[in-house]
Design a protein around this ligand. Structure first.
Ligand code: UDP
Length: 239
């Protein structure tokens, strides 16, 4: 049922690690299916959902470079890893009867559609979930920066960063019982205090385009829907 939403068009950033469950590597389809159900719930509420998925559960360019690979080559491997995650998510969404399209910044037309802004807009107008794969298509970037870029391109109201904790804390809440959760932060707070939410270029891009970043737990059932209504436990980063 359609509801009044605080944020209607959103970009959801999922790190690769969010898809690997307890395995420590790769894709746990049970976890992907659970996330797909959360997204299906958001779509049923009337939200327009775009997704950028990372690849850190499979391969990170920096890890390849640390083993002596050329950084650009290693980054291309990282971008290919995001395509695998995107296809898994598209499959899980199809199982929930949510139409979704994978749009890759690196063209691979037998696998998925190449990313093109106008085409992405058209898919969105037709009510499809968009899954942006292969990052920006350029080495030396991250999928966090991709998330801020695509959020700006698609005219999203907010960038939702789905993590394993329900917001930004003064220290690691998993190890420090006195860790304090922030309800609100400014972009400048995040940059000057080096709070590890997203990399600095992603924060700067979000700030320049006045896109709020909302950090919440994608592992908590119902948290995504709550955030869309402007409720629930989260940290909002804005001007
Ligand atoms: N990557 C890249 N350019 C981009 C986006 C990603 O080169 O525009 C590569 C980079 O090697 C990165 C990997 O893809 O390590 C996976 O992305 P990321 O580390 O952002 O994934 P996450 O941490 O969100 O799982």
């Amino acid at each position: 049922m359609e509801q009044t939403l605080r944020y209607k068009r959103v970009l959801l950033k999922l790190s690769g690690e969010a898809l690997m469950g307890e395995n420590g590597y790769g894709i746990d389809m049970a976890v992907v299916s659970r996330i797909a159900r959360e997204i299906a719930g958001a779509v049923a509420m009337g939200a327009e959902v775009c997704i950028v998925v990372g690849g850190g559960n499979i391969f990170r360019g920096l890890a390849g470079a640390a083993q002596g690979m050329d950084r650009a080559n290693a980054d291309y491997m990282g971008m290919l890893a995001t395509v695998m995650n995107a296809l898994a998510l598209q499959n899980a969404l199809a199982n929930e009867e949510v139409p979704a399209r994978v749009l890759s910044a690196i063209p691979m037309s037998t696998v998925c559609e190449p990313y093109a802004w106008a085409r992405a807009k058209r898919h969105m107008e037709k009510g499809r979930v968009l899954i942006f794969a292969a990052g920006t298509g350029n080495p030396f970037f991250t999928t966090d920066t991709t998330a801020a870029l695509r959020a700006a391109e698609m005219g999203c109201d907010a960038l939702l960063k789905g993590t394993s904790v329900d917001g930004v804390y003064s220290s690691d809440p998993k190890t420090d019982p006195d860790a304090e959760r922030y309800d609100r932060l400014t972009y400048l707070d995040v940059l000057t205090r080096d709070l590890k939410i997203m990399d600095a270029s992603a924060i700067a891009l979000a700030r320049d385009n006045k896109i709020s970043i909302i950090v919440f737990s994608i592992q908590t059932p119902g948290a995504l829907s709550a955030v869309l209504k402007g409720e629930g436990r989260c940290t909002v980063v804005s001007g």
